[in-house]
Design a protein around this ligand. Structure first.
Ligand SMILES: Cc1ncc(COP(=O)(O)O)c(C=O)c1O
Length: 406
């Protein structure tokens, strides 16, 4: 069970009784104290070129190395399979460039229209440039969900690659990534899973999931502004080097054309210290992450019920995505809706006036909005929360929604 008081004590945003009513977590979460401390101490103590022989430099390198090891342990993969880049968009861009040498006419690539543009735009452009064929896996126009049946009807022996979101940043429901990856693998296709909207709600065992690539953004998981990409070794071996020629055999460097941000790489795993501090008593970091995921999601689901029920029952509201997730999947608390009578930007302004930190717009998921018949120029109102959100925050939100939608 989640100790909310303990959790919140680790976030400077809640210091001295501050109570931000923060519902824009899907845009970027508050960093935990461990992240801020690690970043500052790197700058104070070891902000030099790493991996030389003098102590400050050796220490800088050791802190960076530690981050790779810790994330590998957390995600159930090898240390050589962790890649840090400036953002998920940049990681997918570089990946798409590398993949372009692997595809040609006759090959097929499946993408969805549920994705944030980061996980689909670069791949679509790459497919077009190579002469391969793009197959689009469409959301259900009413629910916004992706069905496994439709995926199976698109999959064939020609499919080389499948890119899909673990969870959409609009629809909010977890997709069954393990089943999708397994079906793709049986067909001989590689998988790229956008975990950006899911990872704030739990760090998964990517080894067990079976994804060839899994991406998420650390700035949405209580950490620094970097993208983390898991790139499984046997797939990495097939891809050409994207860095300087002499970096070709270095797994940390071959998918990052520019030098990494040393301080952020080093501080990037401090969030795992936070997870351990708030989820004690487990034998391994992997087990700790699993236990934290369970506790976070149970808390999030309890907070979600009254909001989803209230929005679903409101005559002026169209809720995008389901009120409940399919069995054993998480309904991530990324809740998007439109009003039938007012623009999303007007509703959002009313919420902000009532003290709620939220946003409206298309959130770079224009294709998903078009797929469910929403005009992307006005978009949706999006309310998103995570495990540090309190019942009092939700009460405040519901009162603000009453006013905004009166
Ligand atoms: C689902 C999803 N995928 C990808 C991205 C892109 O991440 P980044 O900002 O790290 O490029 C975002 C950003 O909001 C997102 O929500």
């Amino acid at each position: 069970m989640l100790d909310l008081e303990l959790v919140r004590s680790h976030f400077p945003a809640f210091d001295s009784g501050k109570q931000p009513r923060f519902f824009e977590n899907a845009g970027g979460s508050f960093p935990c104290r461990q992240t801020n401390d690690a970043l500052l101490s790197f700058y104070d103590e070891t902000k030099v070129q790493p991996y030389s022989r003098y102590p400050e430099s050796a220490e800088a390198g050791a802190r960076m190395d530690n981050s790779y090891v810790r994330w590998a342990d957390a995600l159930g993969v090898n240390e050589t399979e962790i890649v840090f880049g400036p953002s998920t968009s940049m990681n997918t861009y570089v990946l798409a460039h590398a993949l372009s040498s692997r595809l040609g006419p006759g090959d097929e690539v499946i993408v969805t229209n549920q994705d944030h543009e980061a996980n689909t735009g670069a791949t679509r452009r790459m497919v077009e440039a190579t002469g391969a064929t793009l197959r689009e896996w469409h959301v259900d126009p009413t629910s916004g969900a992706l069905s496994i049946e439709q995926f199976e009807s698109l999959l064939s022996e020609r499919t080389r690659l499948v890119a899909f979101p673990h969870c959409s940043n609009i629809v909010g429901t977890e997709n069954d990534a393990t089943t999708i990856c397994s079906l793709a693998r049986q067909a001989g296709a590689r998988t790229i899973v956008d975990g950006v909207s899911y990872a704030p709600h739990g760090f998964c065992d990517i080894g067990a999931m079976g994804a060839d690539v899994y991406l998420f953004s650390l700035y949405k998981t209580y950490s620094v502004h970097q993208g983390l990409m898991v790139l499984r070794e046997d797939f990495a071996d097939e891809l050409p080097n994207q860095s300087h020629h002499f970096n070709a055999s270095d797994p940390r460097k071959r998918m990052t054309p520019a030098g990494p941000d040393h301080a952020q790489v080093a501080a990037g795993s401090a969030v795992l210290d936070y997870v351990e501090a708030t989820t004690p008593g487990h034998a391994s970091l992997r087990d700790t992450c699993e236990a934290a995921k369970e506790a976070w999601q149970a808390h999030e689901a309890t907070l979600a019920q009254p909001v989803l029920r209230w929005l679903d029952a409101h005559a002026d509201v169209r809720l995008i995505g389901p009120t409940e997730a399919p069995q054993s999947m998480h309904r991530c608390p990324t809740v998007a809706f439109v009003s039938h009578s007012r623009s999303s930007s007007e509703i959002c302004q009313r919420l902000v006036d009532a003290g709620v930190m939220a946003s409206s717009g298309n959130f770079y998921a224009q294709r998903a909005l078009e797929g469910v018949g929403v005009d992307p120029s006005d978009g949706v109102v999006r309310l998103s929360w995570v495990h540090y959100t309190s019942p009092a925050d939700i009460e405040h939100l519901l009162a603000a929604c009453e006013q905004a939608l009166a």
